[in-house]
Design a protein around this ligand. Structure first.
Ligand code: XMP
Length: 513
């Protein structure tokens, strides 16, 4: 394993991504990680960039004993400045910020880090700089503005670069990371999803043992489907997948999920039709956060009730709860800045674990989303499920603005179906990160034939994003929007007007509620 120590750069997780892409296994931990309590022995260490200045009093610093491990070390941006600071304090604020592309000159082509690379564009993002070489180091690359763009120790495998090899704007960045991981650290390139299946299945079997049983919720999304498929592979029918149909799913979705998981993949599936219960509890509720709470609590309640009815064959209690946690959630919660503030109430299964005395199983916690999708393809999960846009836990409950009634849900569901069907027909589904229709709680005048209409408004939303933290609205051809609007007004009873949301995030969020 290559250990990436995170100083809080927005690019840190990309270092892990790039290494995984060349099939090298890497893990990220906070920069404050003590080496003595590390659970594995890294074969190399990368120090990430970060928003701080090494010379400030409250700047984060690495455990100096990383240098006693005698493994190769690569410092990137802040990481390089950290190496210099610990060595001879030769870091200070530059006269100007350097942000954006720069041309690198490789001065020493025999340096193993730069092997096979040549002068090309790199991505810079820094204000501080090295004022002189750290003791025992030499310069191996520079740019017009940065005399120490690349440095290496004269006798030890310790390297520093001022630019960011992990972002795609650094043309030869991946080659550089490969040089470090494969040539310098001698990392095996055996991280593949094919290998991962074997390891994950074995790990689940070792954890659960020969007789214990497990439960997990499936939503129809790719994460819970893939996680359930692994459970099925590992422990067969001792895994019980519970699908709570909350009556707030998209059109035909509940049937499709049942069909795909139960009949298609042979997963032991318990389906609970709880639409009435959810809609009953939502009666009169209009505040978005309150809706989320009601839906979340109802979910836990229903799930627990059903789970308690499942009796393991050996007469004991269910012992394990499956969760489709992914690596970005894990990284976020281990950051040295403390866990992120908002954990969505829907995902909070803490109560379940305590009440039912369950232990968590998280077979996907090392994976990024695209790795999960690849895994899904290898595990024969239908394409529809593997590539499905994310769908929020509260479902149409937060896409019907205002009070959620069966009639309103039906309008939102039908309009959404027209929109998504047309998107798929136009071959745009995979180009868009997320698309949906939501029903606004206002009326608008229209005319159809000779009839005056006074009906509701549908807002369409389609976005492109990498991480859902920021997003841009998707640019559709005008005739596409025309077709969708016309179909919705003509085919969906109760709608007299269609609008397209052209706000980016921020300031708007993806969802309307
Ligand atoms: P926002 O609206 O916060 O959405 O920009 C970002 C992403 O999160 C999804 N989302 C949710 N997912 N429960 C969920 O499981 C929720 O309460 C929830 N709210 C938003 C949203 O669909 C988008 O993908």
């Amino acid at each position: 394993t290559i250990l990436v120590l995170d100083f809080g750069s927005q690019y840190s997780h990309l270092i892990v991504r790039r290494l995984r892409e060349i099939h090298v296994y890497a893990e990220m931990l906070p920069c404050t990680q003590k080496i003595s309590t590390l659970k594995f022995k890294p074969i190399g260490i990368i120090l990430s960039g970060g928003p701080y200045s090494v010379y400030e009093d409250d700047a984060p610093h690495v455990d100096p004993s990383i240098f006693d491990l005698n493994v190769p070390i690569l410092g990137i941006c802040y990481g390089m400045q950290e190496i210099a600071w610990l060595n001879n304090k030769s870091v200070s604020r530059g006269t100007k910020r350097e942000y954006g592309p720069a041309n690198i000159n490789v001065l020493d082509s025999s340096c193993p880090l730069f092997k096979g690379t040549d002068n090309s564009k790199v991505w810079m993002s820094h204000h501080d700089k090295l004022t002189k070489l750290p003791d025992g180091f030499k310069t191996v690359a520079n740019t017009d503005n940065t005399p120490f763009a690349g440095i290496s120790h004269v006798s030890k495998p310790i390297y520093g670069i001022q630019f960011h090899p992990e972002v795609t704007h650094t043309v030869q960045g991946k080659r550089l990371l490969k040089n470090f991981a494969v040539n310098i650290c001698k990392a095996p390139q055996n991280w593949t999803m094919e290998n991962f299946i074997q390891t994950a299945v074995k790990r689940i079997r070792d954890t659960v043992g020969p007789t214990a049983e497990a439960i997990g919720a499936v939503s129809g999304g790719v994460d819970s489907s893939v996680a359930s498929r692994l459970m099925k592979e590992a422990i067969g029918n001792r895994f019980h997948a519970i699908f709570v149909d909350n009556g707030l799913m998209r059109k035909n979705e509940a049937e499709n999920v049942k069909h795909a998981l139960d009949e298609g993949l042979g997963i032991n599936l318990v389906v609970v039709d709880a639409g009435k219960e959810f809609l009953g509890n939502l009666k009169g509720v209009t505040d978005p956060e309150k809706k989320r709470k009601v839906i979340g609590h109802t979910f836990i309640h229903v799930f627990e009730r059903v789970a308690n009815q499942i009796k393991p064959k050996d007469g004991s209690q269910i012992k394990y709860l499956l969760q489709g946690t992914l690596y970005p959630d894990v990284i976020e919660s281990v950051s040295f800045k403390g866990p992120s503030q908002t954990i969505k109430s829907h995902h909070n299964v803490g109560g379940l674990i305590d009440n039912m005395k369950l232990s968590l199983i998280e077979p996907l916690r090392e994976l990024f989303k695209d790795e999960v999708r690849h895994l899904g393809e290898l595990l024969d999960i239908p394409e529809d499920l593997v590539w499905r846009h994310p769908f929020p836990g509260p479902g149409l409950g937060i896409r019907v603005l205002g009070e959620v009634t069966p009639k309103q849900v039906e309008i939102a569901r039908e309009a959404d179906d027209v929109f998504i069907t047309e998107i798929k027909k136009a071959g745009l589904y995979r180009k868009i990160s997320q698309a949906f229709a939501c029903l606004l709680p206002i009326r608008s005048v229209g005319v159809m034939g000779d009839q005056r209409m006074y009906e509701q408004v549908i807002a369409l939303r389609a976005i492109e994003t990498v991480d859902f933290m920021t997003a841009d609205w998707f640019v559709f051809p005008a005739d596409f929007l025309k077709r969708v609007a016309s179909r919705i007004v003509n085919e969906v009873n109760g709608v007299s007007r269609v609008t397209y949301d052209i706000t980016s995030k921020p300031p708007a969020t993806v969802e309307w509620e």
